[in-house]
Ligand binder design. Structure first.
Ligand code: PMP
Length: 429
């Protein structure tokens, strides 16, 4: 067993002052059990905890660290700009450069507004869609997570699913009533709801590749069908690309899947680990945002210079070196093949879902295509697997309802170690 005595002490101390000892619930290891590791530092694909244990990292800060931790150009840029001041509350040229860079990389974004988290991005996009259409209802998918804003916590994925919270106290019945839900990949259900609520739905929001119930792929025709429904009924189609943006490709899921969204939200990679999100889209829609229009949205630290230079530096690297995506996808496919082989030999039921550099394992007999099938998997077995992997120096997300994120600092040696760790972990289950 790894010695994690300092993590244990810190966790006990943290619980005295912070709810559950953590500032974001899934970090608490509550569903997998045990003590969350307190991290001291990270470099490339490796995390080091306060007890000096080393782990191969498959969380990558839940996505942002696509090129690895402490990526030199990002660190240097932050250091340089921090010396100028950490915030002004007035515009900077950096914000223009960031917006221009994003527009040059992703489709269908004429105007883009920076915020400080993925939650803010999605909640603002919904407000824009409501303001633009004059309608109240939104439609989201069971097991998709779009942040912790009230309207999204109905049948949400990620920690809400991990902790099996059926109805979030504090979210009013009125808000919940305006949130319609369907099973992911169930186009017929979307058609039926859209018909039943014709002229009432402001937006359909979707994770184009879902990552908050493990990794779940859109079935052929699902997103295309929603696009058509949105076109027919004047509904704003929102791609939540907080996970997929700048991860599946430069242009995100829109580019990779060849489907156009009306509004897009970003987070994670866009800030290189600094608190950044963004929402954007067609000018016709985005021009309702204040001060152009009356849909009010604001932020004291929005477009923060340190966050902007960090994100700008990382996105520039991705733009100037597009082969990085091929490298990362090839590494993920290598990991997938290795895990598949090990799991086949193990002989118990499992499903590996994988798209680009997102991947996850469900201990399930049936294909995992939506929340119900993800929830029906043997998630107690996932918890045992998670802990065994941790003992072998591999840090997976501490929940079956999360995607793993690969980063390009992972070496083939790291991947081989991970596959061998999986073999030994499964043998011990
Ligand atoms: N949308 C998606 C798809 C996400 O995965 C997340 C966070 N995991 C969010 C929105 C919310 O982002 P944040 O945690 O930065 O508020």
């Amino acid at each position: 067993m790894n010695n994690i005595s300092i993590s244990k002490q810190l966790f006990a101390r943290a619980q005295e002052s912070i709810p559950g000892g953590v500032n974001s619930p899934v970090r608490a290891f509550k569903s997998v059990g045990g003590t969350p590791l307190f991290i001291r530092r990270a470099k490339g694909a490796h995390l080091f905890d306060v007890d000096d244990n080393q782990y191969i990292d498959y969380i990558a800060s839940w996505g942002p660290m696509i090129l690895g931790h402490a990526y030199e150009p990002v660190v240097k840029a932050i250091q340089e700009y921090a010396a100028y001041s950490t915030s002004y509350g007035a515009p900077t040229e950096l914000e223009i450069k960031m917006a221009e860079l994003i527009r040059s990389m992703v489709p269908n974004v004429d105007l883009i507004r920076m915020v400080s988290s993925g939650t803010e991005a999605c909640m603002s996009a919904i407000r824009v869609a409501r303001g633009y259409t004059g309608r109240n209802k939104i439609l989201k998918f069971e097991g998709c997570y779009h942040g912790h804003a009230d309207s999204f916590l109905v049948k949400a994925g990620s920690g809400v699913a991990t902790f099996n919270i059926q109805a979030v106290p504090g979210v009013t019945a009125g808000v919940s009533a305006d949130t319609l839900t369907c099973a992911y990949n169930d186009l017929d259900a979307v058609k039926q709801l859209a018909a039943a609520h014709k002229g009432e739905i402001a937006a359909i929001i979707v994770e184009p590749v879902a990552g908050n119930m493990g990794c779940i792929l859109p079935q052929p025709g699902f997103l295309e069908g929603i696009r058509q429904i949105c076109d027919e009924d004047g509904i704003v189609f929102i791609f939540d690309e907080v996970m997929t943006g700048f991860r599946l490709s430069q242009g995100g899921a829109q580019q990779t899947l060849g489907i156009n969204a009306d509004l897009v939200t970003y987070g994670k990679v866009i800030g290189a680990g600094m608190p950044v999100g963004a929402f954007g889209g067609k000018k016709e829609i985005m021009q309702v945002v204040a001060p152009l229009g009356n849909v009010y949205q604001a932020g004291t630290l929005s477009g923060n210079p340190i966050a902007m230079i960090a994100g700008y530096t990382l996105l520039s690297e991705l733009r100037n070196n597009p082969s990085l995506y091929h490298e990362l996808d090839t590494k993920t496919a290598y990991l997938k093949d290795g895990l598949q082989n090990v799991l086949d030999n193990w002989g118990q039921p499992f499903v590996i879902n994988h798209f680009g550099s997102m991947i996850s394992i469900h201990f399930s007999e049936k294909p995992v295509t939506d929340f119900a099938s993800a929830a029906a998997a043997n998630n107690a077995r996932f918890s045992s697997f998670f802990h065994a992997m941790l003992q072998h120096g591999v840090y997976l997300p501490p929940s079956a309802f999360e995607s793993w994120f690969l980063n390009n600092a992972l070496s083939y040696e790291d991947l081989d170690k991970t596959i061998e760790a999986a073999r030994q972990s499964l043998a011990g289950l």
